[in-house]
Design a protein around this ligand. Structure first.
Ligand SMILES: CC(C)(COP(=O)(O)OP(=O)(O)OC[C@H]1O[C@@H](n2cnc3c(N)ncnc32)[C@H](O)[C@@H]1OP(=O)(O)O)[C@@H](O)C(=O)NCCC(=O)NCCS
Length: 158
């Protein structure tokens, strides 16, 4: 049974290990952008510091007492500008499920936790960025109900 709870500082090493797996995936696909996974990728002290930063939240998926996934999200209040209305914006910053436990429902439960917190904070949606190469994550997010609202385009200078 996979359960979701707020992360606590003692979860930081487990979160860090999963973040390394996510970094490996990104570095393999886009080595010109992402550094190889290593001790500086997302070390436990950095995770702990972020957990206690106002506006930042982490949740973990736990199975048989072990952390098998995590998600980090922020809620920020954006003031109005000449172009945009004021908004409470919830951003899903990063998430990962341990490789050996993917496809077991942990990811969907983590997204649910973020969605519930976003609604409670007054955000009308959860937003995120995903790299185009990451077809698995894109399919997962679509399955969770995310819809594409923006595209980022790069023009090579080479
Ligand atoms: C993307 C990720 C978080 C999904 O978590 P997960 O626990 O494996 O997903 P779930 O088991 O909760 O799947 C929920 C639904 O999404 C679908 N799904 C999940 N991964 C999928 C994939 N790679 N391709 C197609 N569909 C997928 C599942 O089939 C399931 O659909 P269902 O409800 O019809 O059964 C996880 O695979 C992961 O950590 N990937 C590597 C890191 C990564 O890409 N992170 C996101 C960076 S932006």
């Amino acid at each position: 049974m996979i359960e979701i709870r707020d992360a606590v500082p003692a979860d930081a090493p487990a979160i860090s290990r999963i973040a390394l797996e996510v970094q490996r995936l990104h570095a393999a696909a886009l080595p010109s952008v992402f550094k190889p996974a290593g001790p500086d990728t997302f070390p436990p002290p950095v995770i702990e510091a972020r957990m206690t930063t106002p506006g930042h939240r982490f949740w973990v998926a736990v199975e048989d007492g072990a952390v098998v996934g995590y998600v980090a999200a922020t809620v920020q209040h954006e003031p109005e500008s000449p172009w945009k209305h004021a908004a409470t914006v919830c951003t899903l910053d990063q998430m990962g499920v341990a490789e050996h436990r993917r496809g077991c429902g942990a990811g969907a439960k983590l997204v649910d936790a973020v969605r519930t917190a976003a609604a409670a904070a007054g955000a009308t949606e959860v937003r995120l960025n995903v790299w185009s190469f990451n077809e698995g994550a894109r399919a997962f997010y679509a399955r969770c109900g995310f819809v594409e609202t923006q595209a980022r385009l790069w023009l090579s200078t080479e």
